[in-house]
Structures are given as C-alpha cells and as structure tokens.
Design a binder for this molecule. Structure first.
Ligand SMILES: *[C@@H]1O[C@H](CO)[C@@H](O)[C@H](O)[C@H]1NC(C)=O
Ligand SMILES: *[C@@H]1O[C@H](CO)[C@@H](O)[C@H](O)[C@H]1NC(C)=O
Ligand SMILES: *[C@@H]1O[C@H](CO)[C@@H](O)[C@H](O)[C@H]1NC(C)=O
Length: 397
C-alpha cells in the first residue's frame, strides 16, 4: 500500500462510520405521483427518497406500497427498493395509493424504522353521467379463433349515443380502436376481434367510451383474461357400440382447434327409453368411455367439451355434439322373438300334418279290414250296405 491508498482507506472508514450513525426517525418518501400510461389500466406510481436519507448511502432503504380502489378494503401491499412501481388498475373508480419508508437495522438501533404514510388518490377522467356508461360486457373466445364482445346500452344513454371500443394488450404499442363493430339498428353493440388480437395469460384491457350531442359519456373499463373465456367447438361422436356384457363403448373426436387436446375435459350425457338425460363428467382429456346399460334399453348419447382446470381458471361449455342412439340391442332381441315364432309355426304345421296322416292311414286300414271280412262272410252283409258304410266314414272324417 502506498500513501494515497492508505489515505483513501481511512477516508472510506470515516465515511462508513458517519453513514451508519443511528437514526431515531425516518421521513416518508417525497413527491408521490401516479401517471396513467394510456393503456386502459396500467398506472405508474413514482416517488423520491426522503431528503434526510440521501446522504446515508449505505442504509438499506425500502418502500412499502399499499394500493387499491377507494372503496375497497382489499389493498395490495408491495415492498420494493425501486423508486417506481407499475400495475394494472380498475379505472372505473378512484385509486388510493399509500407509501412509507422502511430502514433496516444497520442504520438504526437494531429494530426496523418505519416512516409515516404519504397518501394520494388518483381519479381517472370520469366525464358524463354514471348511467350513460355501457353495461354487462360479455366476451366469448370461440375456439381460440376469434372473439365477440357485446354490451348493453347504459340505463339512460342518450338516443344518439355512439359507443366506441378501445383495447390494449402487451403486444401493442398503443391502444387500438375496434375495427369490426357489431351493429344493431345503427348503434354499436359489440366488437368482433380477429385471431391476431387474442392474447392469453396476460391482461386484455378494454375501454368503451362514446359520444353524443347531449353531452359526455362515462367510459367503462374492463380487464379480461382471454383463456378464461374460451368456448371450444363441439366434439364429434364417432363410435357407439354395445357389447354382449351390456356395456356401451363411446368414442369421440376432440374439437378441431388450436386448443391442445390435453387442455380439454368432456361431459357425456345419455338416456334410456323413458329416462331423462344423465351426466358423466370425464375429467381427463381422454376421448372414450364406457357406460353400463340395462337390458333391452335404447340408449341415446351426446358429448360436449370445455377447457380443463389445468389450462384456465374458468371455462364455457361447447355446444352439444349431435345425438347418436344405440338400437342394436333391442333389435337383436326382436329378431330372436321372430325366429322363435317361426320355429313354433313349423313345428305346429308338422304336428297337424302328422295327425292328419295318422287319421287317413287308420281309416284306410279299417276299410281294407272291413272289405276283407265282407269277402270272407258274404252272407252277413249286402254289397250295397258296405258301400254305404264306406261313404259315411269318408264323410265323418
Ligand atoms: C430503538 O429505538 C426505538 C425508538 O427510536 C425504541 O422504541 C426501541 O426500543 C429501541 N430499540 C433498541 C433495541 O434499543
Ligand atoms: C375514448 O378512449 C380512447 C382511448 O383512451 C381515447 O383515445 C378517446 O379520445 C376517448 N374518446 C372520448 C370521446 O372520450
Ligand atoms: C368402435 O369400437 C369398437 C370397440 O372398441 C371397435 O371394435 C370398433 O372397431 C370401433 N368402430 C369404429 C368404426 O371405430
């Protein structure tokens, strides 16, 4: 070590001891500001370190941020070392932001020091009457191919209202306006989105505002997670077979879509001749199942699909597949009955023929016997009498 180095070393030691002198109180952060980033939800919160701490470079300073909508008690709390924080917000209401300084042990007498809170409330622009704002936005993502969003006019929307939908997600530089409105009697009642706008597992922010000659229209804000709004196409029933052991084997094809087969689950419904639909949920992404049925029942089956819990928090059921019915079982039983009747008929006919044959042959034998007696004893009976008797017998039979 040369002199200069030694001097520098002592300088650092001196500065360190000055910096770590214990603090008895901490000031709150300065200049708290909330800025709308123009993305229909995200706000940036910024602040400056308290002046009293700017000289104490070695103190571990952190900030506790607490924020929520004005009437909410469910505030989020975040601890950060940075001087800014960005999150998505519900811009339909004012937003309350609270901030305090935290200083760790090295700069204090051993316990963590907390400053008082500084607080601000951010009010998004809220022009127009609350009842002019759209109601009841409903969005459905069909098969991950396109999305339709529809809304209801505000309760007291002016007759000449023209609603407009703007949206933003993280793949977009700036907000976009809907380029394919769904119209009803000249007013915009919805928007059709194409597949390149569909983004999953990320906020999809929507603002519906509007204009009217009667005055400003209150904007409505929504934040969607599109993977929770998916309605898949109906699956295809492809095989319905019954076995001798009275089980029905059902097989279907997953809907044709971009949704991965392992993200699906199914519901099979079936009913017998006189019963109502019964359900069987197939939780796994398998595409076949078996059912036990009672003998002689005609069974009808249909299947529908939805996204399972591993791929979305919520989901919408698809339409039902076409209904397929199984009739082979009862058919084969009918056939058997028909076969039995046929066999019985043959046996009966044969029996009747047999009886008739026995009858004729015994008469024939009796006549021959009579004639034989007549030949042997010609005096006992006249020829004419024999003839008469024969006639009678024939008639009797
Ligand atoms: C540190 O100082 C605070 C007040 O500044 C006091 O309440 C606390 O008891 C002190 N703790 C210790 C360990 O000295
Ligand atoms: C509606 O919102 C969009 C996006 O924030 C904005 O550019 C537009 O000026 C607004 N229109 C009205 C009439 O407020
Ligand atoms: C239907 O399933 C049965 C039982 O697994 C099988 O024997 C039959 O070949 C299948 N039929 C078709 C058309 O896939």
């Amino acid at each position: 070590m040369n002199r200069n180095n030694i001097a520098a070393f002592f300088a650092v030691i001196l500065w360190l001891s000055a910096a770590s002198e214990t603090l008895t109180s901490v000031d709150p952060p300065a200049d708290l500001q909330v800025t709308d980033l123009g993305h229909l939800g995200p706000l940036q919160i910024r602040w400056k370190a308290p002046l009293s701490l700017t000289s104490k470079k070695l103190c571990a300073v952190r900030y506790m941020l607490s924020y929520c909508n004005v009437d909410s008690t469910n505030c989020k709390r975040v601890i950060t070392k940075q001087l800014e924080y960005t999150d998505g917000f519900n811009l339909n209401k004012g937003i309350q932001v609270k901030l305090q300084t935290l200083v760790k042990e090295q700069c204090t007498n051993g316990t963590e020091q907390q400053s008082d809170w500084v607080e601000t409330v951010y009010w998004p622009p809220m022009d127009g009457h609350a009842d002019s704002k759209v109601r009841d936005l409903q969005c459905v993502v069909y098969n991950l191919e396109h999305m339709n969003c529809v809304w209801q006019n505000g309760m007291s929307a002016p007759y000449d209202i023209k609603y407009r939908l703007y949206y933003w997600h993280e793949d977009l530089q700036h907000t976009m306006e809907c380029d394919n409105y769904i119209e009803n009697q000249g007013t915009n009642v919805g928007c059709h989105f194409h597949s390149d706008d569909l983004i999953e597992f990320s906020d999809f922010n929507i603002c519906i505002n509007g204009s009217s000659a009667m005055g400003p229209v209150r904007p409505a804000y929504y934040t969607l997670q599109l993977q929770d709004l998916v309605k898949v196409a109906a699956p295809d029933l492809i095989n319905l077979t019954s076995s001798r052991t009275e089980t029905i084997y059902i097989q279907w094809k997953p809907p044709v879509s971009k949704i991965k087969a392992h993200c699906l689950k199914y519901e099979v419904q079936f009913h017998g001749k006189s019963s109502n639909w019964q359900s069987k949920i197939i939780p796994d992404p398998v595409t076949s199942t078996t059912l036990n049925m009672t003998a002689n029942a005609m069974y009808c089956v249909r299947v529908r699909a939805t996204v399972n819990m591993f791929c979305a928090d919520e989901s919408i059921w698809s339409d039902w597949s076409s209904i397929r019915c199984l009739t082979e079982h009862s058919d084969s039983d009918d056939d058997a009955t028909k076969r039995n009747i046929f066999v019985e008929l043959i046996v009966l006919t044969a029996l009747v023929l047999f009886v008739l044959m026995v009858c004729f042959s015994s008469i024939y034998t009796w006549i021959r016997w009579k004639r034989l007696i007549a030949k042997k004893k010609p005096n006992m009976l006249l020829n004419d009498d024999i003839k008469d008797v024969t006639k009678n017998i024939y008639i009797d039979c």
